[in-house]
Design a protein around this ligand. Sequence first.
Ligand SMILES: *Cc1c(COP(=O)(O)O)cnc(C)c1O
Length: 367
Amino acid sequence: MNIPFVDLGAQYDSIKDEIDAAIARVIRNTAFIGGESVRTFEREFAAACGRSHCVGVGNGTDAIYIVLRMLGIGPGDEVLVPAMTWIATSEAVSQTGATPVFVDIDPEFLTMDPDELETLRTSRTRAMIPVHLYGQAADMPAITEWAERHDIHVIEDTAQAHLSRIAGKTVGSWGVAATFSFYPSKNLGAYGDAGAVVSSDHELADRIRKFANHGQAVKHDHVMEGINSRLDGIQAAILSAKLPHLESWIERRRSIAERYRAGLSGIDGLALPTERPDSRHTYHLFVVRSSQRDALRAHLEDAGIGTLIQYPTALPGMPLYAQHPGNRGTYPVAHDLAATGLSLPMYPELGFEQVDRVCNVIREFHA
Ligand SMILES: *Cc1c(COP(=O)(O)O)cnc(C)c1O
């Protein structure tokens, strides 16, 4: 029994008729860019996140870039980003001309460590981008309290945590804006590149919408130079077809996490993911930590079980950032996670039998 790391085909099989009908409708209406399906999804997704505005954009990286630009962030500014995240978070900062400044993660929950912020703050710090890594909400109460005190914009990178919650609020509803990716393997995934920004700031959302569409709200009325980063009609229709299932998919991910936790508890040298108190983890990824990570990974591979490493190098450890002005610390926690973290198979269609098999193969390795 081979167990892939992820199986997007299984999800398609489970909702094939809804997806096929949604795609056919867009093709029939020839509303390929913008149009009704995009407006509908934006309305639905804003509501799901508890925000008044959602703007569909081309992908999750553009979403971050666009928000930063529309907040006026650029050359001379510094933006705090976690040392462990997908490179999109720091790339988007650099694209604006600003400097990403890396912040270590906390050892228990693996998100931006609020205790590290004060030493990294300078007079140039204008914004920060906490990432809800693996589906775990960052410590938003502490982060927003600190940011407000210093007049720093908070932009949530929510690419891995659609509908996670902390302290009674959905992630994406804490900062001035939040960015989403709908990359196919994300918890809510399109069938190509897609992304969105949500915000309750009407004026900001309006500028974001124009900037992402060549600086125009009305065709040929360009109020600024923008870019071309739009959500297309087919992707929006697919996302609307999937959105009603997201809640049950998240609950299934949480049950799988429980099953892993029961099956893997008490193994010496294997650390399991923990959930931040008063939060809902949505398990985009189930990441265990082991000092024998590479050997464990090979053992699983031999048994036909797919795993991934998210991510094999913390951003400040990449040669490209070696001399970077934002590389200002030692980042022990992020480097340790890069050396020990292993993502196990995690997707709603994964059967408990398969989870049990993964657990058994891991136990066998430690025996
Ligand atoms: C996937 C991801 C992104 C970028 O999303 P794309 O849609 O691939 O551009 C940004 N940040 C994080 C943390 C991600 O996981």
